[in-house]
Design a protein around this ligand. Structure first.
Ligand code: MLT
Length: 263
């Protein structure tokens, strides 16, 4: 089990393949196992590294203070420094996309390419922030099972397979309450990073499930238009969790990006 220590905190990561590093950043409240199909399918093209973000998966626990997108982006920089990796192809899903944009803002020189998957560049609306507080209350009073019930309905396409539903439920129900609370509070604090998109001059893709109601295709189209060198992939029969709902389609889109970078 590989770990690195960043700022006194142990961060666990999964690694497969060899060559230039692609870094896969998971969504909320998930962990690195959401990328297992990508690690398997893309190992021939990249050294694929998927960390468990602070508080999640096998990484060190947190105490419940908000964890900001900048905290996570700083951890990723620390991980790359420890592994002596200069540049990465950065892939982020949803909260992982918020973190990827914080990374792009602070460490643009370390980006070789960027893949934004089922995510948005904007901040939470005032109603969205109220929704974060309600979600904290909901998970603390009703428990992770009820929280998972709600998110499975919201995040997956109605056509999602039992295997995809099982993976999402396991990830949510495995996440510590402290990380769920800290993650919700931290996401509510993130700034609007729409302006960062125009500064990302490296090759990029924006991937979204056609049935994603959380970060819908209209947002993905706008992000792809704002990025100077991006391709848009709208994946049929997928909701907000395209990497586990339609892994081959996501792998093909990422392989295309990596080939553009290599060309
Ligand atoms: C995620 O999938 O990471 C979350 O839906 C992001 C969010 O709640 O904004």
């Amino acid at each position: 089990m590989p770990y690195v220590e960043v700022d006194g905190r142990m961060l666990h990561y999964r690694q497969k393949g060899s060559g230039p590093v692609a870094l896969f950043v998971h969504g909320f409240p998930l962990n690195s196992t959401m990328w297992l199909d990508q690690l398997e399918g893309l190992a021939g093209r990249r050294c694929c590294i998927a960390p468990d973000l602070r508080g999640f998966g096998l990484s060190a626990p947190v105490t419940g203070e908000p964890i900001t997108m900048e905290n996570h982006a700083g951890d990723l920089v620390g991980l790359l420094d420890r592994l002596e990796v200069d540049e990465v192809d950065l892939v982020g899903l949803s909260m992982g996309g918020y973190i990827a944009l914080a990374f792009a803002e602070g460490s643009a020189g370390r980006l070789r390419s960027l893949a934004l998957v089922d995510t948005r560049a904007g901040a939470d609306s005032p109603e969205g922030r109220i929704g974060r507080d309600a979600a904290i209350e909901h998970v603390l009073t009703e428990g992770r099972g009820a929280f998972a019930d709600e998110r499975l309905t919201a995040l997956l396409s109605p056509t999602a397979s039992p295997a995809a539903r099982a993976r999402l439920r396991s990830m949510i129900e495995m996440s510590p309450y402290e990380a769920i609370v800290a993650g919700l509070a931290g996401m509510g604090k993130r700034p609007d990073r729409t302006g960062v998109l125009a500064e990302v001059t490296v090759p990029a893709v924006v991937i979204v499930g056609a049935d994603d109601t959380t970060t819908p295709p209209s947002l993905a189209k706008a992000m792809a238009a704002a990025l100077p060198d991006a391709k848009l992939h709208i994946i049929e029969d997928a909701g907000h969790m395209t990497p586990i709902e339609r892994p081959e389609a996501v792998n093909n889109a990422l392989a295309g990006l990596f080939d553009r970078v290599n060309a």
